[in-house]
Every structure is written in C-alpha cells, then in structure tokens.
Design a protein around this ligand. Sequence first.
Ligand SMILES: [Zn+2]
Length: 860
Amino acid sequence: MTIRAALFSLALALPTGASLAQSSGPPVSAGVPHALARQRAHALRQVAYTLHLQVPSAVAQPIAATEKIVFRLLENAAPLQLDFKASPTQLQRLTVNGRPAPLTFEHEHVLIAPALLRLGANELALEFTAGDMSLNRNPDYLYTLLVPDRARTVFPCFDQPDLKATFGLTLTVPAAWQAVANGPLADSARTADGLRKTCRFQPSDTISTYLFAFAAGRFRHELQQPGGRPMHFYYRETDSAKIRRSMGPIFDIQAGALKFLQDYTQRPYPFQKFDFTAIPDFQYGGMEHVGAIDYKASTLFLDDAATRDQLNARANLLAHETAHMWFGDLVTMRWFDDVWTKEVFANFMADKISVVTQPGGNFNLKFLTDHYPAAYAIDRTAGANPIRQPLDNLQDAGSLYGNIIYHKAPIMMRQLEHLMGPLAFRDGLREYVRRYAFGNATWPDLIAILDARTPADLQAWNRVWVNEPGRPQFSYQLHTAGGKITQLTLTQKGEDGSARAWPQVFSVALVYADHVEELPADMRAASLRLRAAEGRPAPRYLVFNSAGEGYGIFPVDARMLPHLAELKKPVMRAAAYINLTENMLNGRAVTPAQLLARLRPLLAHEPEELNLNLLLGQVTDLFWRFTLPAQRPVLAASLGPQLWRAMQQVAAVNEKKLLFKAYAGLMLGAETQARVYEVWEKRQPPAGVKLSEDDYTDLAAGLALRSYPGYNAILQTQLGRIQNPDRRLRLRYLRPALSDTVAVRDAFFAGLADAKNREKEAWVTSALGYLHHPLRAATSEKYLPQSLALVEEIQRTGDIFFPQSWLQATLRWYQTPTAAATVQGFLRRHPDYNPKLRAKIQQAADPVLRAARLTPAGAK
Ligand SMILES: [Zn+2]
C-alpha cells in the first residue's frame, strides 16, 4: 500500500463547490487556480521557508516534518490560502504568529483567517507528515520532482512560480546516505543513536517552489573543479567502464555549457553552487533544480559502444539543464502558460552550445534531425496544440508539455533569430535576462523587448507561429523557356486548408549534372516569386528546403527520387528523407511501398551516422506500421540479409551497430533469430560491432518477444549477467510483459490499473512497448479500451510526461481499422473529455489512423 493511492481516493471524495471561507478573495478550489495565484502575487512578499524532514530508510514509514514560513503581507482582507495537496490527517499543528491556530482544510488548502494575520511580517509554523507522492521513495534513495505544482504535495506552500522564496532545509536520513539540496551543506552530525544523521543546508537562492529539490540515499560521489568551479556529482552507476568513460565528458560538457551561457548572456552563473545527481530511471531527461540538477542516469553514463545519437543526447541534456539556470531559474515564467519559454531557450541554447562542446559535429543536420520529425509528429495531427496555450489552474500544467514546446518552439526561435539577425536577437535576450533576473517575465514581455530591435512585424509573426497550431504546405510552379528558368513561384497555405502564411526562410536547390545552386527564399507572405532563379539554366531537378531550416510540407520534384544518394550535403539528404516521409503520410508523392523501395538501397551507402539513424527509423516504421503481418515475412527475408550485408559493408563502428540493431529489431525467420541468439549467448557481436549490457538486454527481450526456444532461461541468464541492482529490478519488472503466455501478459496489463504498479514510469513505458509490439498486436489490441479509460487517472497520479508516453507506447504500432475505430469511438463517446488530454489522444492516435488508411488492407 502506498500513501499515494490513499491520497487520491481521499482527494476525490472531497466535495467541490462553494466553501464557507470564501467571504472575499478568490474562491477556495482544488489546485492552484490562476485567480488565486494572481491575488497572492499581489498580497505576498519576501517569502522564506524553513523545513525539517525526518526520512526513515523504510519506504513505507511516514516522513515527519516541521516547517516555518515567514512572509510580508500587503493586504489582509480574505483568508490566506496555503497549498497542501494531501490528506487533512497529515496536518498536526499550526501556529500563526506564535499562537496556536485552528486547522481549517478545504480543497487542498490550509485556510488562515485574516484575524490571525497582520499587514507586514508574519510567521507560520506547522507540524505535518510530508506527502509521499512526489518524493520518489526507493529502498536506497529518494528524490523530489516537484514541477510544476507538486511542492504542495510534499509540504504546505504558496505553489506558484512568481512567489520566489528561499528554502532552508534540514534532512535527517540514515547515516550511510548522502544528501544534496539547493543550498550548500552547512553541517551534518550523527543522531544520538548513531543510526541516522542530520544534514543542515544553508538557505537556497531565491527560487520558485517548483525548483526546490533534494535527493538523498546511497550515492557515489565525484568532485571535480572544471574551470575552477567545484561541482559535486552524485550517482548510483556501478559499471566501472561506463564510469571511467563518462566522467571526463560529463564534467567537460558541463563546464563548456556554463562558459557559453555566461558569454552569451553576459551574466555570470547566478547561483551559490552547481551540483548534480544521476537518477536511475528518472522520469524526464533531467530537471533543472537550482544547485542540484537531476539527470537520467542512462543518458549520462555511456560506454564505448555509444552511438553518435547517444553522445549528442548526453551533450544536449547537460547543456539544456545548464541553460535553464539562466532561462527558467534566474528569469522564470510568471505562470506556467509560458513554461514553453524556458524550454525553448533551454533547447535553443543547448543547440548553440553543442556547436562548441561537440566540435566537428554538423550543427544544422543535428538541429534538423533532432527537432523536425518530433515537431511534425504532433503538428500534423488533429490534436496539434499551439506553442502557447492558456492555463486556468496549475494542476493542469502537465498537459502543456510535449513535442511542440520542446521541438517546434526551437524551430520557431531559430526562424525568429533569422528574421531579427543573430546580434539583435542576442542583445534582446541579454536585456531580458538583465531586466528580469531573480524575477518573472511573460512571453509578451520578451516580445516587447525583441520588437523594439527589429522592423519586422513580430505581432503578426507571433500569431501564426506561437498562438496557433499547424504548419504550412507549400507548392510551386516552374516555368522554363529555351532551357532557362523564366519564373519559379512558391505558394503556401495551412495544411488544414486555411489561408495562413508562416513567415520563414528556407532554401531551394537547383541541381545540375555537375553542380548545385542553393537559393535562399525569404518568404514573408503566401506567395513568393523567386527572382534569383530567373534566367538560370533549367535544372535537372529541384530540392525544396534543401538546407533544412524551413518548416512545413514541401513539394517533391519527382525527378529527384532516383538521385537521393547523389545529394552531396548530408543536411540536404536528411531534409529530403524527412520531407518524403511527410508527403507519404499525407498520401502525396510516394506510397509507403514506393518510399521503402527508394530508401532501402541507401542503407549501405549513407555515410552520415545521423542520417543512417533517420533512415533506419523510417525503414523500421515502414516495415512494422505500413506492411501487413502476412507480408512481413517475405519482406523480412530480403530486408534482413540486406541490413546484415550493409552492416558488413559500412566502415564506421557506430553505423555497424545501428545496422545490427535494426537487423535484430526485425528478426523474423528462424535463421535470423538463431544468429541473434548466438550473438547474445556468446556475447560476441559481429565483427566491428560493440554492444553494451543494455544492448544484450534488448536482444534477450527481442528473443522473448519472438518466443525463441528457451526464452525464459535466456531472460534468467540475462538477469544474472546484469550487475547493477537498479537495472536488474527493471528487467524483473518487465518479464511478465515479455511472456509468450497470453494470460500472463493479460494479468500484467490488468495490474497496471493499480497506480502502485505504475510508479516507475520509465519501466511501464518499456513494458507497454513489449506488450503492444506488432508481433503481439493480435492479442493486445483488446487492451486499447482500458488503456484509454485509464488516461485521466494516469494524468492525476503520474508525472507530467506520463499520459503522453503511456499513449504513445500503447498506440504507436497499431495499423488495423479496428484499432483506429476503438480510438475514434472512445473520443466520440466522451465529447466533454478534458480538451488537452483529448488532444494528447489524438496526437498519439495519428499513426494508427494513417497506417489504417495507407496500408493496403486499410485502403480497401
Ligand atoms: Zn527543460
């Protein structure tokens, strides 16, 4: 039993509606309504928290806590609402300005009557049991993850980003544990019984509640001082090869990112200290807690089998969270409707930083492959959301997160930088950081700063790029006479048919027998006559968006198709691959089968690792999503050997590995399976390929998915091979999802209805990937109704990315009209469903609907 489950049933049992206390001021209702946040931002100043938590080692034991909150009050007409999303039974004592006060608890708020308070300085003291929901308690460690509104699940507070405060923290923990928090450790001493120790941290910098954090447990520790700044790093990794290979790059990239940001913003690192922790199976990639950043351990610790993609992801992650120190932590959004502003700058800066920390990398190619497919995956769907969305209550902030803010927003920002020029743009950001340091700002605040530095119409630009969803679809008209171009015209409109234009720059390549001319197109309206093309010789063919910066669906010149491999620039090839896929998904230019036929010959000849990765993803997708089960064995019989030969032909170690993994991912047919089994069994990869422990776990799981003879013993052996305790627990959890007995999988799925079986969200997502694998689709499609029915509860109990990852891991491979009908039926039967969650379902269901439409059986 966890307190988490109990809490929710209680919260649900509370009535909603009018409350006795709402004589004036904002009504008392669950969550943190925007009206309440605005009123408190007006009324409160100089908030400071002092907390003491007694953390026992046993996960089930409650955490006793005391708290002092001091603040100044500028108005005192209505009851003060203190957020605490917990059971009223967790509150034991309240003292207001030194006097015992009654505990009045309504709709997740402790209410304090004006008569007990005064204008000016006030002090509250509380004794309570800390809420467990966001403490991520494990037998050996725990960590907080309080974004966006979960500080209030742990302790009573004013949980809104524009009431920044200092946090003084004391933790009493088992004596063998380490602890890290926002402020530096002041001192630590054993308790009288010697079994525990009390760690006292100095007050934090002035930060928002969602950035308050600590982690404690059995962690290893590394101290390095890159660039003279001491950085403490806590981790639980045990693989000595990974540790040896990763420590240097982690600290180097971290230091490089800090230096870049100090230069770019012209503002030194603004906080007292810079420490970080690697958390096993962390829910997100990372979280930018001031002075105590958390990272997903598996992204940081890589061995010598790491691919370029993994190395990039690590560098990106480190740079992203570091960029947040300025963008998000120093200058914070006033309300979570602008959460995307901190995310876009973190990603945008991470991209710029990677130019410095990853010398020799192809920045434009990385930007293209990182952001465009991910942004399109949402923006092409019926559930596409705009970058900026309204938010009435902080409890719904989780639904704002997604690919649009992480991937479309950086694309938009790069276009904005193009529009303004990089120096004017940078100077604008410097002013933004200077003006709002240690405070809060809105997107309109930033646009006002930028607008003053450019003649362009940023308001119109803002409307289509930021406030509306969707993307443009381009078309062209080419006129030639006497072997020369007389006119080349481009037009754009919304993919939804609307007469909208997205002001943007992109390139058009004129490809000739012996050279290529790339012409810039600065398209500010619905139509553009490309004068630079006129008078030039008629090309063999055209490549639209040849440099990859343009956003939307670009036309395909059919004459290009046989020449894909001849495009010299890697970014031009990648842009062409991506654009072909977008066209295919819209039923234009190529069918899935034609696209597969065009891409296959490229596999052995794509010299750029990021492009090969992209191609393999597309080929895998075409194989599983756009090929009917009955046709897969025939296709696999030629595609499998082709991948194997390509692996033997390519020279680069990482490319070999990507091809081997794609080969193992297909693995239909006895011969292929036997070959993969031998690799796994002997731990002997094909010549030139390096595999890590995680890779071998994937191979074992793949064999189990195919009911390979003795798969149970294979999984058992793999468990024995894994040394790291956290990863062993993970595979144990996954085993029933890998069973070839339908009843075992059914029972595992049924168990997911219980929130306590969903606590490790990264594990659940992996398990769903196995449960719903195309090879299991026939027996797992029946899980879809219940999977959809659980989404609302998952949003309530899970972390912010979980509804999305749950839906995507569930739906992504289905291709049958019946699966499509299940989703559509669900949406039809729930017309009043939470609109943001409905959009998430529509986003995740888009691949199902398209596959059902585009695969031959669906097309009948
Ligand atoms: Zn972020």
